[in-house]
Write a protein that binds this ligand. Structure first.
Ligand code: ADP
Ligand code: MG
Length: 617
């Protein structure tokens, strides 16, 4: 008896996009299905390490392609792990990865299919590009019951119990009339050579009476000599293991020798995966022991800030029957990690010499990479050195810390930064005025992560890294202009402090402002206004608020005028009105909302009107 079920809504959407918009690249279905078959063989091989009896009588692991040009079908089978009923429902009826489903959900029906492929690959569902019916017969290793899964890729699928001799999966595609060429053995041979040559198991072409033929070269690519591997082969291999469709931005193939031996083949994609910041993002490294796949979940091999690196590590020094728990505590694994991180950083350093090249990497992965400054204590200075930043002097391009240091003025001791949401807003922050006058460059940091690494990296190459509010500037702006009378200024500051006591801890005169009347900052060493805002946005606001300081520029004509007005008691309401506006303006400059928008707008409008009328006179 068969059971009818529906696809998850995202699957339907995905199917729709895949089937209707990918005419030019239909052949990719073959490498997707071969890739799944290869993964299934990997999984069985790994299981056999602890339970060799599970694959008794299974024979050599392989993938078989069987075209039938009379029935117009193509069958792809493997003797890998197989699927049970739950697997069929969960893996072929839903999209498990949250990143993928979110992406599909957000994508318009007619969005670019090339993007979709580039980001995720289309996996199993690509079968429906060429088939109007797909029939799967599969039996899972260690289980008795086999299942048949049938779907036309439109109305959901049917599952029923069936018979199957060995374990593994057979996927039969009933090809669409226009896709009969996929039964052509010459074409199939070409496609396998072009896109699946590196697959670690024999890919056998079954030609019926004409016999069988293994059509891939298939030795583990990384064990070959670098000089014998073409760029195209590296790329195919990268696409296979990463499930990506772009070219690798970086290919790094090396053998480590010494007290621990391993080979590694690593890639950095040229596109940003959509799940880079998803909590369930998979690490991209596969561990092999002597060419035998062991696990792709060894998070201990790669630090989190390099989670976008794809590739393999193969070491003969690790025991084959190693368990997950053992891997976690294995000292060799820690050493391998140390080794590959070192090689990657060295390689990035070389590539960083070419800005136009490096910026491509940085735009995709810089945000994740910067996490390393606080995650990887031993390498933090090196990672900081490989990071790029906006600054008041960098212009269109981003700057490195080294370039910043080279531009430092002789009397400048520290590296300065300011944090916020937007480079343009930051660049106009009144707090920068003294720095601009001195010609001191300031880093303009806009990523949330910047708030954190700056707390853990006190200095770089001997230069302290300081938030501008923490800068102990012993310099003042050169002043020739008149200053507010000290006595009345004092009255004004006291008056404002009293007015704003709920919001602002202190109102003080400052020598650091050039053109702005006021500016907000925080008490030395407290959480920055930007960080507070970030925490608030993430609902992590604690009861704690940094003490705000309102700095007042005693040289500003407006402040001079207001100070004078304090001598006349009747002017108090007017002073209070202007003071409120000034506080609002200080907030705006910080990227904070104003206290009472309607008061702000109507008061400003009144003043503008007054200004215009005065000019007419
Ligand atoms: P991905 O390979 O990225 O996981 P796919 O859409 O290609 O996504 O495959 C979905 C899932 O279906 C696989 O993860 C696997 O669990 C299962 N699957 C597909 N093909 C096979 C197969 N030949 N043998 C066993 N499981 C398979
Ligand atoms: Mg797949």
């Amino acid at each position: 008896m068969s059971e009818k079920m529906n696809f998850q809504a995202e699957v339907n959407k995905m199917l729709n996009i895949v089937v209707n918009s990918l005419y030019s690249e239909k052949y990719i279905f073959l490498r997707e299905l071969i890739s799944n078959a290869s993964d299934a063989c990997d999984k069985l091989k790994y299981l056999m390490l602890s339970k060799p009896e599970i694959a008794k009588g299974n024979g050599e692991l392989k993938i078989v392609l069987k075209p039938d040009d009379k029935a117009n079908t193509l069958t792809i089978s493997d003797n890998g792990i197989g699927m049970n009923k739950d697997d069929l429902i969960n893996h072929l009826g839903t999209i498990a990865k949250s990143g993928t489903s979110e992406f599909v959900a957000n994508m318009k029906e007619n969005g670019s299919a090339a993007d979709l492929i580039g980001q995720f690959g289309v996996g199993f569902y690509s079968a429906f590009m060429v088939a109007d019916k797909v029939e799967i017969v599969t039996k899972k290793a260690g289980e008795k019951q086999a299942y048949k899964w049938i779907s036309n890729g439109v109305d959901g699928f049917e599952i029923e119990e069936t018979e199957k001799e060995g374990i593994g999966t057979e996927i039969k595609l009933y090809l669409k009339a226009e896709d009969m060429n996929f039964t052509d053995t010459i074409y199939l041979r070409h496609l396998v050579r072009a896109y699946s040559d590196h697959i670690n198991y024999p890919i056998v072409l079954n030609m019926g009476e004409a016999g069988e033929e293994t059509i891939n070269t298939g030795s583990a690519l990384w064990t070959r000599n670098k000089s014998e591997i073409t760029q195209e082969q590296y790329k195919d291999f990268y696409q296979h293991i990463s499930h990506n469709f772009d070219d690798p931005w970086l290919t790094l193939h090396f053998k480590a020798e010494g007290n621990i031996e391993y080979t590694s083949l690593l890639f950095i994609p040229s596109n940003q995966p959509a799940d880079l910041f998803q909590p369930d993002q998979k690490h991209g490294l596969k561990l092999y022991v002597n060419k035998v796949f062991v696990s792709d979940k060894v998070e201990e091999l790669m630090p989190n800030y390099l989670r976008f690196v794809k590739g393999i590590v193969d070491s003969s020094d690790l025991p084959l029957n190693i368990s997950r728990e053992m891997l976690q505590q294995n000292a060799l694994v820690a050493k391998i990690k140390h080794g590959i991180v070192g090689r990657l950083l060295k390689e990035l350093k070389k590539r960083a010499e070419n800005y136009d090249d490096y910026i491509k990497f940085w735009n995709n992965f810089g945000m994740a990479f910067k996490e390393g400054i606080y995650e990887d204590f031993a390498n933090r200075e090196e990672i900081a050195g490989l990071s790029l930043f906006n600054s008041t002097e960098s212009g269109e391009k981003l700057t490195t810390l080294d370039a910043y240091i080279e531009r430092m003025k002789p009397e400048q001791k520290d590296i300065y930064y300011i944090t916020g949401d937007d480079v343009k807003v930051l660049a106009n922050n009144p707090q920068l005025e003294a720095f601009k006058q001195k010609g001191f460059e300031v880093l303009l940091l806009i990523d949330p992560i910047d708030e954190f690494w700056t707390q853990t990296l006190p200095n770089y190459k001997g230069k302290a890294i300081k938030h501008i509010a923490q800068a102990d500037l012993d310099f003042k702006i050169e002043r020739k202009e008149p200053k507010a009378d000290e006595g009345s200024l004092d009255k004004l500051l006291k008056m404002m402090e009293e007015m704003f006591k709920d919001e602002v801890g202190k109102v003080v005169a400052t020598e650091r402002l050039a053109s702005s009347p006021v500016s907000l900052t925080v008490e030395n060493g407290q959480m920055s206004i930007h960080l507070e805002r970030l925490m608030r946005n993430h609902q992590q606001q604690t009861a704690f608020n940094s003490t705000r300081i309102l700095e007042v520029n005693p040289y500003h004509p407006l402040i001079i005028k207001m100070s004078e007005m304090t001598e006349d008691k009747k002017k108090k309401p007017e002073i209070e009105k202007v003071a409120k506006i000034l506080l609002d303006q200080a907030k705006i400059a910080e990227g904070e909302p104003v206290g009472d928008p309607s008061f702000y707008v109507s008061t400003i409008s009144d003043y503008i009107l007054q200004g215009i009328s005065d000019n007419k006179k």
